[in-house]
Design a protein around this ligand. Structure first.
Ligand code: ATP
Ligand code: MG
Length: 348
């Protein structure tokens, strides 16, 4: 049994909003303690980097206060140009030998100066009997970017004991919610990026971040109708009526969604060209962008693969007195990454 204090609070700092999720674990199941999100001012976070750390800090601080979260140990997740995830094939060796090898050879795998990055790795232990080589997942993240996050959190009394990667967090939460081992593509469409992670036989085989997202829709609407950001966002979300703008809006949606679908198809093609004997069973969508009306059906038509919207809380208990089930259902897709961070124990 783990108590809630041993799980970190998952904090997903996106370019549109911060999502926070706190879970509790009993036996093998998780239940939700609390969760919530807060919108960030435009430009406070850009391409995975903190542009305005004070603004982000005060947003997170208020969110923790509102949600009455006392736990100071948090986990965050990073993505974007400052992170490199790479699978390399190495000779089988002990953990210590592998660490020495990676630290001396890292420059051949990573396009950054070794002094400037934090490096982590995991032996996937793919060596079968008689083979002397194994796949190793290598992660390098720019110190400068990671330290900015750590310092920002420290300024509000929070300690980040886990720095996760968006794609891994997504995989983590999906595997908890769906223990079957099908081949799936996990696709998180946020405001400014799309993260695609294809899992085959329980392993990530295609992983990429692409700079597209729901913010593109907002920007196109701003341009087309000469609107301010907030007004365009409201029109996009249907909070203000489309009226005579319906046709033009549809055109914007089609053109942007077609671009997303093209990127998704490219990743699927890459997967199928390497794993032609194990076809993808499903596409699982998360992130605010996955809520675009009609996207799921359209993607299904275009790929002929089953598409579903991800609900990370499907198998989790919660108090209906504290958390409105409708809110939970609505926020579920955006909470995918935060929930994936929140199932990590704080002591690793
Ligand atoms: N129903 C909807 N239709 C279209 N877009 C939506 C809808 N609901 C939310 N969004 C958009 O989803 C985005 C927010 O999603 P999310 O919280 O996943 O992004 P983020 O994590 O902050 O961004 P990123 O990960 O790209 O940095 C916003 O652009 C928001 O307008
Ligand atoms: Mg996001």
């Amino acid at each position: 049994m783990f108590s809630s204090s041993q799980l970190v609070v998952g904090v997903d700092i996106g370019s549109h909003s911060v999502k926070v999720c706190q879970l509790k674990r009993a036996d093998k199941a998780y239940s939700i303690v609390t969760l919530g999100s807060a919108i960030l001012p435009e430009g406070a976070v850009d391409d995975g980097a903190l542009v305005e750390p004070e603004v982000v800090a005060s947003t997170i601080s208020s969110l923790f206060k509102n949600l009455k979260i006392k736990n100071k140990k948090v986990g965050i997740s990073i993505s974007g140009y400052s992170v490199i995830v790479k699978k390399v094939n190495l000779a089988v060796m002990s953990e210590k030998e592998m660490e020495d090898h990676i630290m001396t050879e890292a420059e051949q795998y990573i396009p950054f100066d070794i002094q400037d990055v934090y490096i982590d790795f995991q032996d996937l232990k793919t060596n079968k009997d008689g083979y002397e080589r194994t796949d190793v997942m290598l992660v390098a993240a720019k110190k400068e970017i990671v330290d900015d996050y750590l310092n920002m959190l420290e300024s509000i009394g929070l300690q980040a004991t886990i720095v996760d990667i968006d794609g891994f967090a997504l995989e983590n939460t999906y595997e908890y919610s769906t223990p079957k081992t099908e081949n799936v593509a996990l696709i998180d469409i946020g405001a400014s990026k799309m993260n695609i992670n294809i899992i085959s036989n329980g392993m990530s085989v295609v992983a990429r971040d692409i700079v597209v997202g729901s913010r593109q829709l907002t920007e196109r609407i701003m341009g087309q109708f000469d609107l301010e950001y907030e007004d365009a966002e409201a029109l996009k979300l249907g909070a203000t009526a489309a009226e005579d703008k319906e046709k033009e809006l549809q055109d914007i949606y089609s053109s942007v969604c077609n671009q997303w679908i093209l990127e998704i198809k490219k990743a699927i093609d890459l997967y199928h060209s390497n794993f032609s004997d194990s076809p993808l069973a499903k596409l699982v969508l998360s992130g605010g962008g996955s809520k675009v009306e009609g996207l799921i059906d359209y993607l299904n038509q275009e790929t002929n693969i089953e598409v579903e919207q991800f609900n990370p809380f499907k198998n989790m208990k919660f108090s209906k007195r504290k958390i409105d089930p409708d809110y939970l259902k609505q926020i579920g897709p955006e909470m995918a990454i935060a929930s994936g961070i929140a199932i990590r124990p704080s002591a690793i």
